[in-house]
Each structure stands twice: as structure tokens, then as C-alpha cells.
Design a protein around this ligand. Structure first.
Ligand SMILES: *Cc1c(COP(=O)(O)O)cnc(C)c1O
Ligand code: SF4
Length: 354
């Protein structure tokens, strides 16, 4: 680009696309504001305030255009707006159904499955999904309490985890894959990501690095040039498992971010949670998987909801889930049908429902 062009660009009056840290910092946390923006009855705000106690509303503005205004039942909104049902106690729904504490091998490392370790890089999330099993982790409290939580979120990354993870891997030659999970692994910044990828590349028996993330869906700006460059440089097999539940979550900006990710040579997969009122129909799921396949993303898991307290209104009975998957098989080629699974505490893999 010429100097003149650069100059005119920097002086342009066009609205600038904010960077991802700004988007995070300016996310909506006030239910009243959300109701105003989306032309929703203000009575919903009071429910949201009460239901969000401990795991409050958190929604980046990048998601707002994907929500229909004036529709409290909108399937994208439903994933993020706290509702009164969350405060109901329902038998069978508990605060730690997965009993994950038991699998903690070292700080930040979950070694539950053979040959793979899961790294819990950072507890924070860019968005609070109401159905999430992480809603009862104690960190939610800490995040909601501070005055400048976003700042802490972004700067509070954990490069100090790198050395212990490298030590662990050196002592465990059977581990061939490192999985980054969260919270949300892409909430750590590019400097730290570069350090992680370089450290992992130095481990001879490691073959794959996998990132489970909702970030490119929620804040596509997070897929920065720096991240892409570091990711592309990494010679391990790279797998990105995106988390998306409804086709309307994939707008043009998200599509562009996915295409940039794909250009790094990464294998792209999508996992979803089967959610009542969001994607509990073959029609919606088929549209989701077709839309993503256009972007080079293949389905991975369709998860049965974990029975976490406050999420019962999202549960789809397995019998219905099975009927939905049967219909998906009729509508789609085999490679676009996800594996319908649930997590069973103590099991050595995800358990196929059928
Ligand atoms: C799901 C999960 C994995 C990855 O399992 P895959 O079947 O390889 O996708 C790893 N660790 C934990 C703790 C998990 O819950
Ligand atoms: S981004 Fe992922 S970990 Fe965070 S609240 Fe949503 S589903 Fe849970």
C-alpha cells in the first residue's frame, strides 16, 4: 500500500472495527441494556439479574446483530440471556456432574483420556453460555465481582503454566496430543500463544495440538494476523474445534475468520450442544452443518447436555435426540452427521448415545 493510501486510511471517517480486547471490555453485562438494545420487555431484565447471580450476563456486542429484535425466544439470545428457570432446583441437576476435579493430574492439566491431555489455560470466557457446565466453577464469582473484570481476564493469562506442562509431557511419552480448553483458550493473548506453540513443538513425541474454542464464533476479530502466523508456523498437526449451536451464529465476519483459520492448514471441526429451544430440530442442525461445511468445517460431537444445576430447561430427552439424529442421517451425507455423545463421569472416552 502506498504512503498516501496508508495516510488516507488512517484519517478515514469510516467506523473502525474494534480489536478483540476492546470488544471483550465493552461486552454487555447489564440486562437492562441488553433489553433496550434488543427491544425486549424490560421485565426480562429483572429475571436476568436474579438468575445471573454468580454467573451473570456477559455478551459481546458482536453477537447482537445475529439476534432478532423483540423476540425473547430467539435461539441465539436464548443461549446467553439468564432466565428465571435457572433458579429452579431440579432433581438430578448438580453443580459438578462431571466430577472433573478427580482428573486433575497437575495444576492446569486434566489427564482423563489416554494419549491426550487437556490444558485448562484460563478460566475466563468471552461470553457466558447459560447451558455451560463451567457455570459453577468458583472463578465465575471472582469475575463477576470485580470492577474491571475484562482487564483481569485478558492480562491474567498463565504463561507460568508452560514450564510445568512441558515437564509433564517430557515425563509422559505416551501423550501425543495436547488439547487446549478453558474457559476459553483464545482469551490468552498472541504473545503467550506463540510461546505455547513454540514450547510444544520442542516435544518430540507430540503429534497434535488441538484448540477447543468458541471465540472465533463470538468475537471473530480474535483471529488476528499474529495468531494466524504463529499457528501456521507450528509444524504439529493442528485441529481447531469450534463451538457453535445455531446457523445464525455464523455471520459474514465469522465466516471470514474461519477461512483465515483454514488457511493455516488446521483441520476445522465443530461441536455443538443439543439445546431445547435453540437447535433441537434436524432442520436447524442440518442448516448449521451445511453452512459450516461450505467453510470447510466438519461436524465432530453433538453433546447431550450435562445435567448441571440451572440448565434443566435446555435438556432434550435422549429419545428425541436420537430421532433428530436419525433425521439428520436422512438429510445429510454421512460425513456431515455429528457423533451424538454424552459425558459419563469416570469414563475413558465420550460415550456414544447411538
Ligand atoms: C472431551 C474431552 C477430551 C477430548 O476427547 P476426544 O474424544 O478426544 O475429543 C479430553 N479431555 C477431557 C477432559 C474431555 O472432556
Ligand atoms: S464459552 Fe465455552 S466454556 Fe465459556 S461459557 Fe460458553 S460454553 Fe462455557
Amino acid at each position: 500500500m502506498s504512503e498516501a493510501a496508508l495516510l488516507s486510511e488512517s484519517q478515514s471517517d469510516l467506523p473502525r472495527v474494534p480489536d478483540w480486547k476492546t470488544v471483550l471490555a465493552e461486552a454487555i453485562r447489564d440486562p437492562q441494556e441488553l433489553c433496550r438494545e434488543l427491544e425486549l420487555p424490560i421485565s426480562l431484565a429483572e429475571h436476568a439479574r436474579r438468575a445471573g447471580n454468580g454467573f451473570s450476563l456477559l455478551l459481546p456486542r458482536t453477537v447482537l446483530p445475529r439476534i432478532r429484535k423483540g423476540d425473547p425466544r430467539d435461539p441465539v439470545l436464548r443461549q446467553f440471556l439468564p432466565v428465571w428457570e435457572e433458579t429452579q432446583a431440579v432433581e438430578g441437576f448438580t453443580t459438578d456432574p462431571l466430577q472433573e476435579q478427580a482428573a486433575l493430574a497437575a495444576p492446569g492439566i486434566l489427564a482423563k483420556y489416554h494419549g491426550r491431555i487437556l490444558i485448562v489455560t484460563h478460566p475466563a470466557c468471552p461470553v457466558h453460555c447459560r447451558y455451560c457446565f463451567r457455570r459453577h466453577f468458583p472463578y465465575a464469582q471472582a469475575l463477576d465481582g470485580g470492577q474491571t473484570p475484562q482487564k483481569e481476564t485478558v492480562s491474567g493469562a498463565q504463561p507460568r503454566l508452560i514450564a510445568p506442562v512441558v515437564d509433564y509431557l517430557s515425563a509422559h511419552p505416551e501423550v501425543t496430543e495436547v488439547i487446549f480448553s478453558g474457559g476459553e483458550p483464545l482469551i490468552i493473548d498472541d504473545v503467550e500463544w506463540t510461546a505455547w506453540l513454540e514450547a510444544l513443538e520442542g516435544i518430540p513425541h507430540l503429534r497434535r495440538v488441538r484448540v477447543h474454542t468458541r471465540m472465533p464464533i463470538v468475537i471473530p476479530q480474535r483471529v488476528t494476523a499474529e495468531f494466524l502466523a504463529a499457528f501456521k508456523r507450528c509444524s504439529l498437526t493442528k485441529i481447531v474445534v469450534l463451538h457453535a449451536n445455531h446457523p445464525r451464529e455464523i455471520d459474514d465476519a465469522v465466516g471470514a475468520a474461519i477461512q483465515r483459520l483454514r488457511a493455516t492448514g488446521a483441520i476445522l471441526l465443530v461441536q455443538s450442544v443439543l439445546l431445547a429451544g435453540v437447535n433441537d430440530s434436524a432442520e436447524v442442525l442440518a442448516e448449521l452443518y451445511e453452512k459450516l461445511s461450505d467453510l470447510g468445517v466438519m461436524p465432530y460431537y453433538l453433546h447431550q447436555l450435562d445435567r448441571v444445576a440451572g440448565t434443566h430447561h435446555f435438556e432434550v430427552p435422549e429419545e428425541r435426540g436420537r430421532r433428530i439424529v436419525v433425521e439428520l442421517r436422512q438429510r445429510l451425507p454421512g460425513y456431515l452427521v455429528p457423533r451424538y455423545v454424552r459425558e459419563v463421569p469416570g469414563a475413558t472416552s465420550k460415550v456414544p448415545i447411538f
